[in-house]
Design a protein. Structure first.
Ligand SMILES: Cc1cc2nc3c(=O)[nH]c(=O)nc-3n(C[C@H](O)[C@H](O)[C@H](O)COP(=O)(O)OP(=O)(O)OC[C@H]3O[C@@H](n4cnc5c(N)ncnc54)[C@H](O)[C@@H]3O)c2cc1C
Length: 434
């Protein structure tokens, strides 16, 4: 059997898997290798961190998407382009796999060295683990304020700063402010004015990817719900006590969430492939330049869109379209017919701002408020893999419209650790009377 292998089970990898599964000619097998057993639906991570939906709802198991293909959970550690093999760390140790064609779809990573101190004191939002961690941090901070006597410390603990006012920044801020408002009733010693969400954004307006009008609409919507939106400000560094701005102003905050900056996957550097701006350079038909049988799609690839000649943006929308294009091209190569260049006319962009508000530009038509929010939900629900997952999200969203956010702080403590694990994860201070 010759192997068509895909590395990465994200938007690009799983779309390709579903497009090729059961359609390869005789003598070929399809293999997907990914370091997680599930695919993460990133656009919903903000809802998971804001406790609007359970974190398990934003992931879908890869094995449930498979019909005849093979899946290996493992991390690819090296690719030998000349020998057409790759190495992979699995539960059973390291394996080496030969391939006839290999599609790189391993995305990129969050980057926390964009500001000094961010890696130590900031929180990234890229994985479902990040979302769960932020959610627990928020719940811990509020529980901690209840026990704190010092007013300045209470304010610092209650201040949540989001760095970046792009799509994930505004979605995170919108979800956070809703979450804080919804759960405060369970913490009677925490006053509303002790909880604050700020967005720090360097450009002069939010959502530079959308029109100025929609950027302003997002600003107004967030500000009306109490988010402190600061545009035209640049964070210089992050510390345990807050964020220092370029102007010398210090913003006290115990929690800093960073939604800017990505870095290439470690594999990109190891493979010695043509790379530009951290992304693998591909031909118009998505083949990696200067190689045989190697293709790249999604966030890890630098793809020029044949429709407008611009670089494809690192979004799920493009990852999915590129996956469909590479599926067609791979089948064409196996059938000995010509491949086609990637060309896609983007349908638009949207962001959910929480509280049943959103902004969207669809086929050039601007929308905001409830219609944009409903459109966001309908679109992402339709994109959710597997019918079961769609149904669960739909039920969860409907539930969330009538009932309050879940404030369970899950800690995964095992029996052996019950008496040894500290109750609080912050360093202990001398006993205080509260
Ligand atoms: C918080 C957030 C919100 C977003 N919101 C939107 C949105 O609203 N709309 C939109 O269009 N886009 C959005 N995006 C961007 C979108 O999620 C990405 O563009 C999309 O996920 C890219 O798909 P991908 O398959 O290339 O990479 P990913 O989806 O990142 O998948 C990469 C996969 O590769 C696996 N992998 C990585 N390294 C290895 C290795 N060495 N071995 C094996 N497997 C490996 C990973 O586990 C992962 O499964 C958002 C992103 C984030 C982080």
């Amino acid at each position: 059997m010759k192997t068509i292998a895909i590395i990465g089970g994200g938007f690009a990898g799983t779309t390709l898997l579903r497009a090729l599964d059961g359609r390869l000619p005789a003598g070929y097998e399809l293999l997907l290798v990914s370091d997680e057993s599930y695919t993460t639906f990133n656009p919903m991570l903000a809802e998971a961190l804001g406790a609007s939906i359970f974190p398990e709802q934003v992931v879908a198991p890869i094995r449930q998407m498979i019909r005849g293909a093979r899946f290996v959970m493992g991390r690819v550690t090296g690719i030998d382009v000349a020998r057409r093999t790759f190495r992979c760390d699995t539960l059973a140790g390291e394996i080496e796999q030969r391939y006839e064609h290999l599609v790189l779809a391993f995305g990129n990573r969050a980057r926390l060295d964009v500001l000094p101190g961010l890696a130590e004191h900031g929180l990234a939002l890229k994985t479902v683990g990040d979302a769960m961690h932020i959610r627990n941090t928020v719940l811990r901070r509020i529980a901690r304020i209840e026990l704190e006597a010092d007013p300045a410390m209470r304010r610092r603990l209650g201040h949540f700063v989001v760095i970046g006012g792009g799509f994930s920044g505004v979605e995170t801020a919108g979800e956070l402010v809703d979450c804080l408002r919804g759960i405060r009733r369970y913490y009677p010693r925490v006053r509303a004015d002790e909880l604050k969400v700020s967005v720090l954004h360097e450009p002069q307006r939010l959502l530079p990817e959308l029109s100025e009008r929609l950027g302003r609409a997002a600003h107004t919507s967030l500000a009306a719900r109490g988010v402190n939106v600061r545009t035209g400000v640049r964070a210089r560094c992050v510390g345990e006590r807050g964020v220092m701005l370029d102007t010398g102003e210090f913003v006290p905050a115990a929690t800093v969430i960073c939604t800017i900056g990505t870095r290439p996957n470690a594999l990109v550097e190891r493979m010695l492939l043509p790379v530009e701006r951290g992304r693998i350079v591909v031909h118009p038909d998505l083949r990696v330049a200067g190689t045989q049988g190697l293709w790249a799609i999604g966030d890890c690839a630098l793809v020029i869109n044949g429709y407008d000649g611009k670089t494809s943006s690192p979004t799920a929308q493009f990852a999915v379209r590129q996956a469909k294009c590479v599926a067609r091209n791979l089948l064409a190569v196996l059938a000995g017919t010509p491949t086609r260049a990637f060309a896609y006319r983007t349908r638009g962009a949207m962001a959910a701002l929480g509280h049943r508000k959103g902004v969207a530009a669809v086929l050039g038509i601007p929308l905001w408020g409830l219609p944009a929010w409903l459109l966001w939900r309908a679109y992402y629900l339709s994109q959710m893999p597997t019918f079961g997952r769609k149904l669960r999200i739909f039920v969860e969203w409907t539930w969330g419209m009538f009932f309050r956010n879940d404030i369970t702080h899950l800690r995964f403590t095992r029996s052996q650790e019950l008496d040894t694990q500290p109750a609080a994860e912050t360093p202990r201070r001398p006993m205080a009377t509260v």
